[in-house]
Write a protein that binds this ligand. Sequence first.
Ligand SMILES: Nc1ncnc2c1ncn2[C@@H]1O[C@H](COP(=O)(O)OP(=O)(O)OP(=O)(O)O)[C@@H](O)[C@H]1O
Length: 393
Amino acid sequence: MSPDGTIRTEHLWKRFRADRQRMLLRDRVEQMGRRLRGGGPEDWSWALRDIDLHIEPGDAVGLIGSNGSGKSTLLKLLTRVMYPYAGTVDVRGRIGALIEIRAGIHPDLTGRENIYLFGALLGLKRREVAARFDAIVEFAQLNTAIDRQVKFYSSGMQMRLGFAVAAYLEPEVLLVDEVLAVGDAVFQQKCLDRMREVLEQGTTLVFVSHDLAAVESVCSRGIWLEQGTVRVDAGIREALGAYRESIEAKTEASARVGEPVQLLKCEVRGTERDSPATGEGLVVDLVLGGDHRNPAMLHLGVSEGTASPVFSLRHEITTKDGEARVRCVIPRLPLPRGRYTLWVGAYGMWHIEGQSLMAWHPAGQFEVYGPELDPPPRAVVLAAPVYVEHEWS
Ligand SMILES: Nc1ncnc2c1ncn2[C@@H]1O[C@H](COP(=O)(O)OP(=O)(O)OP(=O)(O)O)[C@@H](O)[C@H]1O
């Protein structure tokens, strides 16, 4: 028999009625028409297709993937708030889960009652819950609100209570979906710290988040879901690298034909040598084309792959005779060693300010040579890599 903390799924399939999703009027009319014509087969869409997973006790797994790829559905099947269409789910040991803010929290009960109820559901004795009660209230920063009915809590308070309960009642498996989306920065940091603590105690963690830096800082294994199937299951860096590359490729693939401003050429190099290096000069040469006569604002950004740049710069341009040549020189590049993506976009300044003339898109990748960043302490997540010149004495 597998030890507590093991998660195993075999040939897991889950489907939903497509018409259960939000429908437009035109979809409803079409659906009614189908029914009137004598029914016809129901529309199903597969949220998970043949998922085989094996997670060992103490593993820290980051579940990543675009919206609708099946991450939340997979967590719901693991907690059994939903059942699969086919296949088996086997999760050993007590499960602490924060899947939806309100999941498992009863609005008419007070915070205190919810904590005891949740503990009882996990099979803990009242005494065992009492021993952890103060830690939960302190973590969730609820103080006197703990004796108020949960329906009067803000969504942030409910989330804090939900996470504290899930993470402090010593589960053997902790499943966490997007906790970072609601809390403020300090609370996000506390959640990440707590996840690391429970991992050190041997708990198995499955963490879903779109905050890839946070996932990387907590997880050692990454599973990338795409359209309900496992696309990559590997070490966290490898999985995140592959996922980031695919995001870029997709953005690039969404063709920019027909836009008023076109990027005709883009070159990135160092000033001292061809390859850019930390603390040395960087030159970006761009040639833009198009028939846009009015001035436009050109934005240029550098990212680690996702559309959110580490920094962005802007410059006013005008395309004369259908062309504009722009050079941007950054005298001392503040980026550590790594692979980066250059993003560009152009936006209108007159008539309709901010109108997209060339959508924000990746224009190319470049490698930076130089020192690696000093690793931060375990409890800290770096949002973006910046190399800061410094001296110690
Ligand atoms: N209760 C439901 N009824 C109908 N369809 C659903 C239901 N729950 C999920 N789906 C569908 O299943 C697919 C997977 O959804 P899921 O919420 O698991 O994705 P996700 O990867 O968690 O997305 P996100 O990153 O947006 O949270 C989507 O197409 C979604 O519309």
